[in-house]
Write a protein that binds this ligand. Structure first.
Ligand SMILES: [Zn+2]
Length: 288
């Protein structure tokens, strides 16, 4: 079988797709040039690959190569955004945390600054399996900080699961055997696991057993977890109850404690908003 007609047909087809009315042939090298960017639309085969008069093949001129790159970049960006949206929908289930960002935090507290640092140095923490224990009174912004970390990482295409400890324990209660095992696997899969509000779950030996399962399984995966809790660090460190003891020991083994203190974060927001509103009103009154 003679391959020439087939090869020649392929080249003709590629050539037709690579042709525009303002193309021209250069008298210098005999190649076809693009009328827009004045770079070649053809290239010669190496001497040894030329046969039966076929000595050249179509190639991208500069503007065609740029257009191709632009389209590919557009496609990559489209895929990136789709991937991020998917990660976000998998990370949060009906939790307002999906909208929390460092950039739109009402007040940048020193705790939020630490949380931001954690997100920025994620690669190092992740490699070491180090997470955070965000502890302090109700309303000091612990969950908010955890949510901001989650979103900052998701924007970098890192997978996160943000779950409420009570929900997790309840769900484990309804699942047995293989189901429970597959749920535990789900918890070990994401790069970062956030367990919100440790200590709010049922304070029974069953509840503690499940919390231990989760924390222990996650620890064995060597991937970081962030835990928020209202329980004071000193209480965790001095716990005498054996069930508590083994949970806290593991948490403190891999989570760096960060104290959330000071004024109530939400109250602080309200006070800040009130001040801002007062300033605006006074300005309006004084200005006009
Ligand atoms: Zn061109």
């Amino acid at each position: 079988m003679n391959i020439d007609p087939i090869l020649s047909a392929i080249i003709d087809t590629a050539d037709a797709a690579n042709t525009a009315p303002d193309d021209y042939w250069s008298p210098e090298d005999g190649l076809k040039y693009c009328g827009k960017c004045h770079t070649p639309k053809e290239a010669y085969f190496a001497e040894k690959h030329r046969f039966n008069g076929i000595d050249r093949h179509p190639t991208d001129c500069k503007c065609a190569a740029e257009e191709k790159e632009r389209r590919e970049a557009e496609m990559r960006e489209f895929n990136r955004i789709n991937h991020i949206n998917l990660l976000r929908s998998e990370a949060f289930s009906d939790i307002p945390a999906a909208a929390w960002r460092f950039d739109n935090a009402p007040v940048m507290t020193k705790q939020l600054t630490k949380a931001k640092e954690y997100a920025e140095k994620w690669d190092d923490f992740s490699r070491e399996g180090i997470g955070l224990l965000l502890f302090g009174n109700v309303g000091t912004g612990k969950s908010y900080a955890a949510g901001c970390i989650a979103n900052a990482l998701i924007d970098r295409m890192i997978s996160v699961l943000y779950v409420d400890m009570t929900d997790v324990v309840n769900r484990m209660q309804g699942n047995f055997g293989a189901d429970r095992d597959s749920y535990l696997k789900r918890i070990t899969r994401p790069d970062l696991l956030i367990l919100d509000d440790l200590g709010a779950e049922r304070n029974t030996s069953y509840g503690k057993e499940r919390v231990f399962d989760i924390v222990n399984r996650r620890l064995l995966s060597r991937k970081p977890m962030i835990i928020t809790t209202n329980i004071a660090l000193s209480v965790m460190q001095k716990a005498t109850d054996l069930d508590d003891r083994r949970i806290y020991d593991r948490v403190l083994e891999v989570c760096v404690p960060v104290l959330f203190d000071g004024e109530n974060f939400r109250k602080g927001n309200a006070a800040e908003n009130l001040k801002k509103a007062t300033r605006i009103l006074n300005k309006e009154n004084g200005g006009n």
